[in-house]
Write a protein that binds this ligand. Structure first.
Ligand code: WTA
Length: 661
């Protein structure tokens, strides 16, 4: 039988991928000019890390009062950087570019889900930021107050963040995919004074009435004085509930506000934002970042890792602003560097599965940054979707969020990058503020699946369980010296900050929570989390958080959640559930439970599988043995069950798992 042309391309792509799997090392392509600069940085950082960061801070940031102190490590692990300097972050992201005559440069090429286009210049962004900053002040917001932001991917999200920074308010952005109840919880724990949200949001042609849903969940929040409502893009069919005296429309606030809002010079260590992230307990951690050190990390790494030339590049990070990737690499890094970015509102498969590639072609995107899970989804859809478009403008590709398997790396390299673009596999965390381990585009030789080497000024190490440093092999990833963009604490919880990150090996060793392997070339290979954090499609979720959401359902007696490997999403959630009253679940309860989790946390936390158990495997002291549940979910041979209070429990569960498959 004759193969169709499409099938033939697929066969040859498969073959090329197979052949390339044998290639261990990809040399950096020629034509990148930053190499010498980075070699100089590396030498400077090796000789004197603090001096290196001080030079970078003077070089890359605009200060109101220059700093004289660099790192203060007199009270570890509470480090400060550049503490006697003052600056304003919005000046660094906006005013200085406008003042240099680049006001008409596009900051964001915004692309709506229905194909709408809006180009937002630096001058426009500055004008809106000033007006909104005045608006926030009118609502009573002062320096140090918390402002919640729950918005879709629209330019107003950047305006809201920058307006906070202009007046020293602390923003707390909640990912748009989280449930309104998660918004309410985060507003409550951070005692937000104002929440900025949207009337309604659209997703793949459907509409969600966001404001009404948030209202329904807010309950009594004594600190929350006002809600600002942005009119989102598209049609507005619903009636938006507005509470008199509390709720205001964003556009009305903006129109009535004074246009000029002189930036406040803030101390370098003034808090910039809180971002809640999952840890090993059900209570999310309020990761706190401060102004100068964070901005320095975002600015330096965005420029160096992606080899950004603000005069010529069109950069696109496909993440959501609600995650740290969006904070550092959609908003602060690119704007501080004066770059032009694409901001896209929609999903990768609406109106069709080629929309990302269409956008790259239309805007001639040169640097593209996405997640391995997205690449794997594109592989599943097939090469014909990118194949429809001219992707020759691309010159650098990046990934973030989870380890990338070599096959996905190679597919990205060949099908999207046309074999010519270096791939930067960037390892970092909400806590680290900016990328710490990554190839530098055009400088570092890459190995598919490895995040390669630390950036200048960053000192990771691998420790054995007993804290002995390893020079090769597998161990616990730590960072042995403070760096400017590290988290400063957990919001209003210094104790948990110390306990979580600095209790294991002392106050000068930051424990990352990942395991990694170090090879003979000094390249790092990140293996994954060693705590109870699950990484679904690059999104961090805590087992305890999902368990407590499940247990909150009236039918449930007990639940234990584990991760299983998944080809598409990296990891998927498996929940073992016992129901109250000796009931055994059925499809209906299962659907209810998944829906319940979606409402309490968000859709991404819904368990992939629910296994009904009569009892959970517990030690004699009552601790659930998740290791056994992981084994049984993966269909592995069960290890030692003799330490269980009731060893028979596992046999029943194993039977159920087999039945469910
Ligand atoms: C994982 C996202 C392997 C890791 C920026 C880390 C990665 C957690 C990579 C942080 C990568 C992130 N290779 N694993 N390139 N990037 N991770 O806080 O387990 O949402 O600890 O920050 O994601 O997730 P977070």
């Amino acid at each position: 039988m004759e193969a169709t042309p499409e099938a033939r391309t697929e066969v040859s792509l498969e073959r090329t991928l197979e052949e390339l799997l044998a290639v261990e090392r990809f040399e950096p392509p020629a034509g990148f000019t930053r190499r010498r600069h980075i070699e100089a940085d590396q030498a400077a950082a090796d000789a004197d890390p603090e001096g290196f960061w001080a030079d970078a801070a003077r070089d890359l940031l605009t200060w109101e009062t220059p700093f004289t102190q660099v790192l203060d490590d007199s009270n570890p692990p509470f480090y400060t950087w550049f503490a006697d300097g003052t600056l304003n972050l919005s000046v660094n992201c906006l005013d200085r570019h406008v003042a240099a005559g680049r006001g008409e440069r596009v900051a964001f090429h915004w692309r709506g889900e229905e194909g709408e286009r809006r180009d937002v210049t630096y001058a426009r962004l500055l004008a809106d930021t000033q007006a909104f900053a005045n608006g926030l002040r009118q609502l009573g917001v002062q320096a140090g107050d918390v402002v919640g932001i729950f918005l879709p991917m629209i330019p107003e999200v950047a305006v809201a963040m920058l307006a906070c920074a202009r007046i020293g308010a602390v923003h707390n952005v909640v990912f748009g995919g989280f449930a309104p109840s998660a918004v309410a919880e985060r507003m409550a724990v951070s005692e937000a004074k104002v929440l900025v949200t949207v009337d309604g949001a659209r997703r793949k042609g459907k509409r969600a009435e966001v404001k009404a849903a948030v209202d329904a969940e807010l309950g009594e929040l004594p600190a929350l004085a006002h809600i600002v409502v942005v009119r989102g893009p598209g049609e507005h069919p619903g009636v938006v509930p507005m509470t008199a005296g509390r709720d205001v429309w964003y556009d009305e606030l903006l129109a009535a506000a004074e246009p000029d809002c002189p930036a406040v010079a803030l101390p370098a260590e003034h808090p910039l934002f809180i971002l809640y992230s999952s840890g090993s307990t059900a209570k999310p951690k309020g990761i706190l970042h401060t102004t100068a050190g964070y901005l320095l990390g975002a600015t330096y790494t965005h420029r160096m890792v992606f080899d950004i030339d603000a005069d010529t590049d069109v950069y696109w990070c496909s993440a959501d602003v609600g995650w740290i990737t969006g904070h550092s690499y959609i908003v602060y890094g690119p704007l501080s560097n004066g770059a032009t970015s694409v901001m896209y509102e929609g999903a990768p498969d609406y109106p069709d599965r080629d929309i990302w590639w269409r956008i790259i072609e239309e805007y001639r995107v040169t640097v593209f940054y996405t997640a391995p899970t997205a690449i794997r989804t594109c592989i599943k859809w097939g090469p014909e979707f990118p194949g429809r478009h001219d992707l020759s403008s691309l010159r650098v590709l990046g990934t973030v969020g989870e380890p990338i398997n070599p096959k996905a790396w190679l597919w990205y390299h060949l099908v999207i990058g046309g074999g010519r673009c270096p791939i930067v596999d960037t390892w970092w965390q909400t806590e680290t503020g900016s990328v710490l381990i990554s190839p530098l585009a055009g400088v570092t030789a890459t190995k598919p699946g490895s995040a390669t080497r630390p950036l200048p000024g960053i000192s990771p190490a691998l420790f054995a369980e007993d804290g002995k440093p390893l020079t090769e092999g597998t161990g616990i990833l730590v960072i042995t010296r403070p760096w400017p963009s590290m988290l400063r604490t957990l919001y209003k919880d210094d104790e948990r900050f110390v306990e979580t990150y600095f209790s294991r090996f002392g106050p000068s060793t930051y424990v990352v929570g990942d395991a990694a392997r170090l090879d003979a070339d000094g390249y790092f290979w990140i293996i994954g989390r060693i705590d109870d954090v699950i990484n679904v499609s690059g999104h961090r979720l805590s087992t305890a958080e999902v368990e407590s959401a499940i247990v909150a359902h009236e039918a449930v007696a007990e639940a234990a959640v584990v991760a299983e490997p998944d080809e598409q999403t990296g990891q998927a959630i498996v929940a073992f559930v016992t129901l109250a009253g000796e009931r055994i679940g059925d499809a209906e309860v299962e659907a209810q439970l998944r829906d319940h989790v979606a409402r309490r946390i968000g859709k991404l936390a819904r368990p992939r599988r629910i296994i009904w158990a009569d009892d959970l495997p517990k030690t004699r002291s009552g601790k659930i043995m998740r290791r056994l549940l992981r084994d049984v979910a993966a269909g592995r041979e069960l290890g030692d069950v003799t330490t269980l209070r009731d060893p028979a429990v596992m046999a029943v569960i194993a039977d159920r798992v087999r039945g469910a498959r």
